[in-house]
Design a protein around this ligand. Structure first.
Ligand SMILES: *[C@@H]1O[C@H](CO)[C@@H](O)[C@H](O)[C@H]1NC(C)=O
Ligand SMILES: *[C@@H]1O[C@H](CO)[C@@H](O)[C@H](O)[C@H]1NC(C)=O
Ligand SMILES: *[C@@H]1O[C@H](CO)[C@@H](O)[C@H](O)[C@H]1NC(C)=O
Ligand SMILES: *[C@@H]1O[C@H](CO)[C@@H](O)[C@H](O)[C@H]1NC(C)=O
Length: 251
């Protein structure tokens, strides 16, 4: 019994280290913001600036962050214009993506812990992006230029902002990425997973009034939670079975 207690204590300590693994309700996944210096503790209402304003009913960011997006590059030490000016249409999609990244209150089910990033302790990973959204983004960017495929990992950061590494040269997006899906999934290190509209609930970057992404997050949260509680139930049954088997011979 002592050893079982000890093991349980150790598991609790390990779990506390990652707050994500202690979430034990559907709402737990829905009332959470990414753990970052620019994010709120939990989603709430708040005025937001410019193209981020659609998230004003419920968001994880502050107005000052959304205002700073409108300033000239670089933004949070990131320079979109690393191969000459991006076209205004293409730039608009990237800014909308940054609004989502900083402000979306619907990413709880996709958060993962990361180490070594200054501005955040978590990121989100493989969030389902509607194919249609990805296609629009790609259509407006495919004639622009960049030098690396993965903007999350491939740049030279030694100067403080991202620059093209020595081995690279500026090329059209179409030479770097094979198609829309390759672009959307790789440009930010698999933040997004492109899904066909009909195959799975998916996120949009632009909306008016009601945020449709809430339902996408809710369905995923329910799925994770029911799988998690099944695992717990199975674990408890196994534990009881072992206890019974150990007890019976002594009776
Ligand atoms: C932005 O606003 C929030 C909340 O008002 C504040 O806590 C934070 O320090 C501000 N950040 C900057 C860079 O001004
Ligand atoms: C890149 O795309 C532009 C616009 O579509 C085109 O004019 C140019 O020739 C392309 N450059 C290369 C190197 O393919
Ligand atoms: C895909 O989803 C978007 C956003 O929900 C919607 O506006 C669009 O009509 C859908 N497209 C198709 C082909 O179903
Ligand atoms: C939950 O389990 C089902 C069945 O094994 C699986 O298809 C689904 O992807 C799981 N959901 C999550 C969020 O892991």
């Amino acid at each position: 019994m002592f050893f079982i207690c000890l093991i349980q204590l150790m598991l609790t300590v390990v779990n506390c280290y990652n707050r994500l693994s202690t979430i034990n309700s559907v709402d737990g996944y829905l009332d959470i913001c990414m753990d970052g210096v620019y994010q709120k503790e939990a989603p709430g209402p708040g005025e937001l600036y410019g193209q981020c304003a659609e998230w004003k009913e419920r968001n994880c960011c502050y107005e000052n962050t959304t205002k700073s997006l409108q300033k000239p590059e670089p933004w949070q030490n990131f320079n979109l214009n690393h191969c000459g000016q991006l076209s205004p249409m293409c730039r608009g999609h990237f800014l909308q993506n940054f609004c989502f990244y900083e402000c979306s209150p619907n990413v709880g089910p996709w958060l993962v812990k990361v180490n070594g990033m200054e501005s955040r302790k978590e990121r989100f990973y493989k969030v389902p992006l509607c194919e249609r959204e990805c296609n629009l983004w790609w259509k407006d960017c495919k004639h622009d230029s960049t030098c690396v495929k993965n903007w999350g990992t491939d740049f030279d950061l030694s100067s403080g902002t991202n620059t093209c590494p020595g081995y690279s040269s500026c090329k059209n997006f179409t030479e770097i990425y094979t198609d829309a899906t390759d672009f959307c999934e790789n440009v930010f290190d698999r933040t997004w997973k492109v899904v066909q509209n009909s195959s799975e609930p998916c996120m949009v970057l632009n909306f008016h009034n009601t945020n449709p992404n809430y339902n996408v997050a809710k369905q995923k949260a329910q799925s994770i939670y029911s799988n998690k509680s099944n695992t717990v139930k199975f674990g408890t049954m196994l534990y009881l079975l072992v206890v019974i088997m150990l007890t019976i011979p002594k009776m």
